[in-house]
Design a protein around this ligand. Structure first.
Ligand code: 2PG
Ligand code: MG
Length: 428
């Protein structure tokens, strides 16, 4: 009888989009099926995330992963050999127990997530993972949110907010959504080079211009949408990842690019003004990750109009999503598998979001590779949104382009969820 028993587990050091070492895991089953996956890495990490393990020391800035690879070939392989790859929950529970730490720091979140994803790919066999996960469900493509300008921890803090993104809310299908985004990106490039402001690109491929402040980046985004011949707020909405924990010190938010500090009320006021002035449809992490009352107040103020996304605040944790739903803090969650550490836990966070009426955005990290597993997860799990960074650089286009291939195979040809009801998860 053909089974899906794991016979081989192999770890390998590979390189990510920041030129840092990361870990790839290859799983082989007794029927010859193979699965492979690479761990991503964040820069603006929430304190409640699964912790990556690194060698430390001086080589490669202390970031090498030889210890992680050794654990994969050693104790993780010992655990998994003989297990059924079809039982993802048992595999993931086994990994969690083997690690034994709440933050997964002993074996490392990087070891666990790469292993967990590789097992899923192996279990899918010759089928693409998205179809394997989706089963007989009516699947559709997620609505992308795509970075045009990068800032914060991804661009030497040239501006303080981290991601200035577009959301093609009026696009009928996935392919058109990417085409419109490319037009906006090109228009932004024209505008910036005309001003002599182009500095390069940030970690996720968005432009990294010499803006004089954060609001100027939002204004330029609106002008770029218009420059692409699109209507702001109709064709394209704006999404901001404030990543506020990154510029919070001693009770204040320091906007270095504007050389001024704001308290929580001041920061909220600034963002709420922007929601009135600009076609903003999503704001992520508007406040420092521990400010529960702030998140509740912000959601109360504007949660009926836009998605308020918890990233560092919710860290892909189902219990935190449930608590936020009870509190009325946020109305959407970013789902990053490596924040949780295993696919089972990431899926639990997504299910908690769906059960609570929250929006859910499956997301890549700022440190990425050619691995496209998150696209499979977004489609196969029925998440309605996907965040990958910009529409440039191979580690980003690998994912957007994989989406184009999947869209062609779907019965609806890659139609996007009904934009009339966006933002999903809005609290009314
Ligand atoms: C985020 C991600 C992606 P990082 O904050 O949402 O933009 O960044 O992977 O550095 O946490
Ligand atoms: Mg974020």
């Amino acid at each position: 009888m053909s089974t899906h028993t794991i016979t081989k587990v192999h770890g390998r050091r590979v390189w990510d989009s920041r030129g840092r070492p990361t870990v790839e895991v290859e799983i082989t089953l007794d029927d010859g099926s193979e699965g492979r996956a690479i761990a991503p890495a964040g820069a603006s990490t929430g304190s409640g995330e699964a912790t990556d393990r690194r060698d430390g020391g001086t080589r490669l800035g202390g970031m090498d992963v030889s210890g992680v690879v050794a654990s994969i070939d050693g104790e993780i392989a010992d655990l998994l050999r003989g297990m059924d790859a079809d039982d993802q929950t048992a595999v993931d529970r086994g990994l969690i127990d083997l690690d034994g730490q709440a933050d997964k720091s002993r074996l490392g979140g990087n070891a666990l997530v790469a292993t967990s994803m590789a097992v899923a790919h192996a279990a899918a066999g010759p089928e693409p993972l998205w179809r394997h996960l989706g089963g007989t469900e009516q699947l559709g493509m997620p609505l992308p949110e795509i970075q045009i300008f990068g800032g914060g921890a991804h661009a030497s803090r040239r501006v303080d907010l981290q991601d200035f993104m577009v959301v093609p809310i009026g696009a009928p299908d996935y392919s058109t959504a990417l085409e419109w985004t490319a037009e906006v990106y090109l228009a932004a490039g024209r505008l910036l080079s005309g001003r002599g402001d182009l500095q390069g690109v940030a970690d996720e491929g968005g432009y990294w211009p010499a803006f004089t402040g954060n609001e100027q980046a939002v204004e330029m985004l609106v002008r770029s949408i218009e420059g692409a011949g699109l209507i702001p707020g109709t064709h394209m909405g704006i999404s901001l990842d404030v990543a506020a924990s990154e510029f919070y010190r001693d009770g204040l938010y320091y906007l270095a690019s504007e050389d001024r500090s704001l308290d929580a009320d001041g920061l909220c006021e600034m963002l709420l003004d922007w929601v009135d002035l600009y076609p903003i449809v999503m704001i992520e992490d508007p406040l420092v990750e521990h400010d529960r009352d702030g998140f509740i107040a912000f959601t109360k103020a504007v949660g009926d109009r836009i998605q308020i996304v918890g990233d560092d605040y919710l860290v892909t944790n189902s219990a935190r999503v449930e608590a936020a739903a009870l509190d009325g803090a946020c109305n959407a969650v970013l789902v990053k598998p490596n924040q949780a550490g295993t696919l089972t836990e990431a899926r639990e966070a997504l299910l908690a979001a769906q059960a609570s009426g929250f929006g859910a955005i499956v997301s890549a990290r700022s440190g990425e590779s050619e691995d496209t597993t998150i696209v499979d997860l977004a489609v196969g799990w029925g998440a309605k949104q996907l965040k990958v960074g910009s529409i440039t650089r191979g580690e980003r286009t690998a994912k957007w382009n994989e989406g184009l291939r999947i869209a062609e195979k779907l019965p609806n040809g890659g139609a996007l969820p009904d934009p009339a009801n966006f933002p999903w998860g809005r609290t009314s």
